[in-house]
Design a protein around this ligand. Sequence first.
Ligand code: CU
Length: 138
Amino acid sequence: MNTQKQEPIKPIKYILSLALILGMAFHAQAQEAEKESGDIIISSSTVCQMCKNTIEKDLAYAKGVKSARVDIDDNTIHVRYNPGKITAAEIKHRINELGYVADDQKPSREQYDRLHHCCRAPGVIEGEEGSEEHFPKE
Ligand SMILES: [Cu+2]
């Protein structure tokens, strides 16, 4: 006859295992957060300080974008973003909407025409020479 009773879980044991479970959950969450950071470098058609300001300002308001920096000298846009909230394609689309090239995606004629004349780089739209005068680079 089995008279052995199951021992009740002692509170200290319970607390310890709870702490262990919580610890693992936090660890997993921390790893997840790390995964949620993407970095892309997009080649563009920026020509001046005004381009830099336009793009940086617009991306700063985009949901999911953590930081955006335009390097006019090598014509690149450096973006750190949360892939759970915005995709690289959406970021590029946004840059096109401002009138700029984003890697192999070009803006439409309409989008390009909305640019201030000094921000029009040559060759973006076929047959379009762009502007020769650009805002000075600071
Ligand atoms: Cu410009």
